[in-house]
Design a protein around this ligand. Structure first.
Ligand code: HEM
Length: 481
């Protein structure tokens, strides 16, 4: 028999009857177990993630099937056959904890690789692009997706008001309103690093890289009606599906592919490769398969393994560096700041976030510190065995140019790639896209918002715009004026 103890390990005699003065009470302050139990219960909730609050996680392994040392010195991509353990978290973006899993939304796709040179995170989505490309716009964008401050209801009016005033969102909106806005399961989604990153090899040569995780289960989606039905029956459908697959040994797998772009070519590509609202053509830079990962272990404790997990695009390892993508640069700050707020200054000491490698530096103390052994807490110092800088981790110097200013972000063409995506959709997919837009944009109260947004669709592709106008009963003269 396992004996009941307090959190301090003391044997605990009674977990069902409070200590009272006499049979009828009152309760005594002396009942330390009762007071601790109530106090701890009051502190069980931590702030949920401000975005991507609801999600599912698992553990797995990445296997490198092609040595990539010609392109990056990153340890996890060097040495064919190398295996790296990982934690993954899939998520909804807009809804809170408890929100139904199958509401149309982009889905998060975060991976933490526990490499031999510390943690490397890829914090992506199930779409290769994003709604905005300047970090100043992110909080406003998310406010439009969250609840109306007065009614506390989510609001199509807010969402489409923002999108229709932000043409750079058109490409992603065309994805979101398409079939991929309702994945059939997390195992049936592709994942993308979305941004362009920099790889640097041991010789100091740099390449631009984009990550693609291709589901070996195939991409499968739900129709709007199926998703609504599931939402009413099982709000946690996607979490359960992932958990059950792994429990039943039906381990989901993804091929890991990259697009590699030579450094100078990337700087002169026809689209700005640092604009995260754009893709880079697979014809120009084909996908190259470099490995596979499998998810083969469920969380043992959801709170510890998933809720306390903290991912950050700033978690990089030698051989992988950020690009000048402005949105990515904003993200390099945001996630670690969010982790300090949500989990505390020592969130990296939590088991799910701590690297499998040793940590040696001069940071000390703070709430919940698990400490670092060694008694030297300053540098420079006289001790030979104290931690020393590692020049192997130096970034590749890069040139910057121009005058400091608040520049208009990237080019003026948010339309072509949205139009091209519309063209890629089959006739059935186009029908469902128009129906989804009819449902969502159609429920907006403001006529001006409907017209403004439909003009964007029309500029992306005339047929696209005409079909939306038709579905919404808008006059084409207003769209083409
Ligand atoms: C979560 C900020 C853009 C994917 C978060 C969180 C913040 C945040 C604060 C919560 C983190 C936490 O509490 O642990 C931002 C900012 C962005 C941005 C400021 C733009 C400037 C993006 C983009 C993507 C993305 C472009 C995908 C390509 C995710 C994912 C999560 C997340 C997947 C969930 C991470 C997890 O599973 O714990 N974001 N985000 N975000 N974001 Fe972003």
């Amino acid at each position: 028999m396992t004996k009941l103890t307090t959190d301090e390990g003391q044997p605990w005699a009674d977990n069902n009857h409070s200590l009272t003065a006499g049979n009828r009470g009152p309760v005594l302050l002396q009942d330390y177990q009762l007071i601790e139990k109530l106090a701890h219960f009051n502190r069980e909730r931590i702030p949920e993630r401000v975005v991507h609050a609801k999600g599912a996680g698992a553990k797995g392994v990445f296997t490198l099937t092609r040595d990539m040392s010609d392109y990056t010195k990153a340890d996890l991509f060097n040495g064919k056959g190398k295996q790296t353990p990982l934690t993954i978290r899939f998520s909804e973006v807009a809804g809170e904890l408890g929100y139904p899993d199958t509401i149309r939304d982009v889905r998060g796709f975060s991976i933490k690789f526990y490499t031999n040179e510390g943690n490397y995170d890829i914090v992506g989505n199930n779409t290769p692009i994003f709604f905005v490309n300047d970090p100043l716009k992110f909080p406003d964008f998310i406010h439009s997706q969250k609840r109306d401050p007065a009614t506390h209801l989510r609001s199509e009016d807010m969402q489409w008001d923002f999108w229709s005033h932000s043409p750079e969102s058109l490409h992603q909106v065309t994805y979101l309103m398409g079939d991929r806005g309702n994945p059939a399961s997390y195992a049936n989604m592709n994942g993308y690093g979305s941004h362009t990153f920099k790889w640097v090899n041991a010789k100091g040569e740099a390449y631009w890289v984009k990550y693609h995780f291709i589901s070996e289960q195939g991409v499968k989606n739900m129709t709007e009606d199926q998703a609504a039905e599931v939402a009413s029956e099982n709000t946690d459908y996607l979490i359960q599906d992932l958990y059950d697959r792994i429990k039943n040994g039906d381990y989901p797998k993804w091929k890991v592919c990259v697009q590699l772009i030579p450094y100078e070519e990337g700087l002169n590509y026809k689209y700005d490769i640092f604009d995260v609202t754009k893709t880079v053509s697979h014809k120009d830079y084909p996908l190259q398969e470099i490995g596979e990962f499998v998810l083969n272990e469920n969380p043992e404790n959801y709170f510890n393994d998933v809720e306390e997990a903290s991912f950050s695009p700033a978690n990089l390892v030698p051989g992988i560096e950020p690009s000048m993508d402005k949105l990515l640069q904003g993200r390099l700050f945001a996630y670690k700041d969010a982790a300090r707020y949500r989990l505390g200054a020592n969130y990296e000491h939590l088991p799910v976030n701590s690297p499998k490698t040793e940590v040696h530096n001069y940071a000390r103390d703070g709430y919940m510190s698990q400490g670092q052994n060694g008694d030297v807490n300053y540098e420079p110092n006289q001790y030979e065995d104290a931690p020393r800088e590692d020049p192997h981790a130096k970034i590749k110097p890069f040139a910057v140019e121009g005058e400091a200013n608040s520049y208009k972000t990237y080019d003026e063409d948010p339309y072509s790639q949205a139009g091209a995506l519309y063209h890629v959709y089959s006739d059935d997919e186009k029908d469902r896209l128009i129906q989804a837009i009819k449902k969502h944009l159609g429920s907006v109260k403001s006529h001006d918002t409907k017209v403004r947004q439909t003009k964007l669709f029309y500029r992306a592709d005339h047929d696209y715009g005409k079909r939306v106008a038709d579905a919404l009963g808008l006059n084409m003269d207003e769209i083409t004026e």
